[in-house]
Design a protein around this ligand. Structure first.
Ligand code: ADP
Length: 542
């Protein structure tokens, strides 16, 4: 027997309707690419999102068409999220930091019909345009007054002109909640990038799950500044979850340097922020160098790579900000786990609690996790056994766009994350390593993340990376690569001694190399493939 409740599909456009009706005067503040600060409300955003949908219909865009965006975090990008998905098309966010060939590959693979492009990214698109086979129009995300005179993109459209004559009364259509809504390509450190195609239902369930108190804990009293870009897994879903709860949104535009971020945090009363570890390095350095404090910020989500313990500690002790360590991936929309304490932790010694808080956290309801060994046998949840981490749930992918990579699920509907992890009896998951980064020494595994975290705690270290290099006897041994802080003089001997107090002796790196900069991926993670190439001919000291 079926129950008798309404069968209303879960659709993204319902979020902006809800926010406009119930949080109509809540502000969305953006630092624009044009340089100034723009403010309006959810009520205004809803009308403009409808105008976007009307403009798309006028341009002949049909449901299911892919629409590319190359843009920073800002209100126009927010309107596109809702206008594109709300009319049944697919919002395809593209990372402008990718190599031009990768961008061309992604646009052609997705068969994007239109490209919405921020002002400062137009020159790059102009160069790339001859390679883009399916794009009919480029839309400059600005008004006519700011349009660069020398831009030679043929048939260029201007965002504000497109919206100007539209009524903004569009009736959102109702359709199957499994309709594709947005598309995000993984950075593809090996092989071509692969598309993860979200649907309306997965996006709404993810927004519900991520707003929960022990996930991101968002509410109508939150002021949310996503430093994580809207092209990095939909800014971790924040443009949706903020609308779901009616939180104020603050978009930083392209200015992610310490002073610009700090100014917005303080002026707009930001309470909640999120980003990868590398962006916080710049902010913390700026605040420390200038003796600045944060007066409203309560929570900083750090994810995308392991949050270094020293960073968690600095945020807490020096700035009174609680770090929420989070883990996820594009294939998971992206949230898989967030670290919040439990009631019993209040009664435990501080060092034991800190060890728990370093873990990648607990999954919200909606994400199932298990770890398995090489033969596929499930391992115990004892916080010690580590194995391949598998996940399943309604906001986790079942396969890549256009079938790339073939069948990806295992054991029925489990998605293999490519991460190696432990699970404990309280539900906390800890990443040991990416399976391709773990160092296999004499049949035992050394976690590159643990070594990097330990090295990052040295005051002279700006950033640390560890890779495995060939060793005739042990197969692989760790090589520590260090980018020193300006003026720091720390050397190999001092670092090895320092690590000796923190990790097992057989884990100690065989050598330390100093570099001027550590290479990063387009999403700000340490680019280990490049480091392995750079050190390909390197020989460990005998
Ligand atoms: P991209 O490289 O395109 O940003 P993803 O964001 O999907 O790709 O990357 C997901 C991977 O990032 C995870 O599988 C994991 O290896 C790593 N990761 C994400 N969050 C954390 C974290 N908190 N600690 C350690 N690794 C993490």
């Amino acid at each position: 027997m079926f129950g008798l409740m309404q069968d209303r599909p879960l659709l993204i456009q319902q979020l902006i309707e809800h926010a406009a009706l119930n949080h109509g005067d809540t502000e969305i503040v953006s630092r624009r690419v044009e340089g100034d600060i723009h403010r309006y409300t959810y009520r205004d955003a809803r009308v403009r999102a409808k105008k976007v949908a009307e403009a798309l219909v006028a341009l002949g865009i049909a449901p299911g068409d892919r629409i590319g965006t190359l843009a920073w975090n800002g209100y126009r990008h927010f309107e596109l999220y809702y206008g594109i998905s709300g009319m049944g098309a697919v919002c395809h966010t593209i990372n402008p930091r990718l190599f031009p060939e990768q961008i061309a590959y992604i646009v052609n693979h997705a068969e994007d019909r239109l490209l919405f492009v921020d002002l400062n990214l137009l020159p790059a698109v102009e160069k790339l345009l001859p390679e883009l086979k399916t794009v009919r129009h480029v839309v400059a995300m600005t008004d006519r007054a700011h349009l660069p005179k020398d831009c030679k993109i043929p048939n260029l459209l201007v965002y504000e002109d497109l919206l100007a004559d539209k009524p903004g009364t569009y009736e959102w259509p109702e359709f199957d909640e499994r309709t594709a809504s947005s598309l995000c390509y993984t950075s593809g450190t090996t092989g071509n990038p692969k598309g993860v195609l979200y649907h309306h239902r997965s996006t709404l369930l993810h927004a519900y799950g991520s707003a929960l108190p022990d996930t991101l804990g968002l509410s109508a009293r939150s002021v949310v500044l996503p430093v994580v870009p809207m092209f990095h897994v939909n800014a971790w879903g924040l443009p949706y979850s903020a609308a779901l709860v009616g939180a104020k949104l603050v978009f930083p535009g392209p200015a992610l340097d310490g002073p610009s971020l700090y100014e917005l945090f303080e002026k707009e009363g930001v309470t909640f922020t999120a980003g990868v570890p590398t962006v916080w390095l710049a902010l913390l350095q700026h605040m420390q160098a200038n003796g600045l404090k944060l007066s409203t910020l309560k929570y900083a989500v750090i994810g995308g790579s392991a949050a270094p313990p020293a960073m968690i500690d600095t945020f807490d002790k020096d700035f009174g900000v609680e770090v929420l360590h989070a883990w996820g991936m594009s294939e998971m929309s992206p949230l898989g786990s967030v670290n919040h304490p439990k009631a019993k932790h209040a009664r435990m010694p501080a060092d034991e609690v800190f060890a728990v808080r370093l873990k990648q956290g607990r999954p919200p309801f909606g994400v199932d996790m298990k770890i398995i060994d090489a033969s596929g046998k499930e391992l115990p949840r004892d916080g010690k056994a580590f194995g391949d981490l598998l996940v399943r749930g309604p906001w986790i992918t079942s396969g890549y766009f256009k079938g790339e990579g073939g069948e990806v699920l295992r054991d029925g509907n489990w998605f293999p994350t490519g991460d190696v992890a432990t699970l404990d009896a309280d539900g906390y998951m800890q990443i040991t390593d990416r399976s391709k980064d773990v160092i296999k020494s004499g049949g035992e595994w050394i976690s590159s993340i643990d070594l990097e975290n330990a090295a990052m705690a040295h005051p002279g270290v700006a950033e640390a990376a560890v890779i495995g290099v060939h060793h005739p006897k042990w197969d692989e041994r760790p090589l520590l690569i260090i980018h020193r802080k300006p003026d720091a003089t720390v050397d190999k001997k001092e670092l090895i001694e320092f690590l000796g107090t923190k990790v097992a002796k057989w884990w100690l790196p065989d050598d330390v190399q100093f570099v001027d900069a550590i290479p990063h991926t387009a999403t700000g993670k340490i680019l280990k493939t490049r480091l392995r190439e750079d050190f390909r001919d390197y020989k460990l000291p005998s």
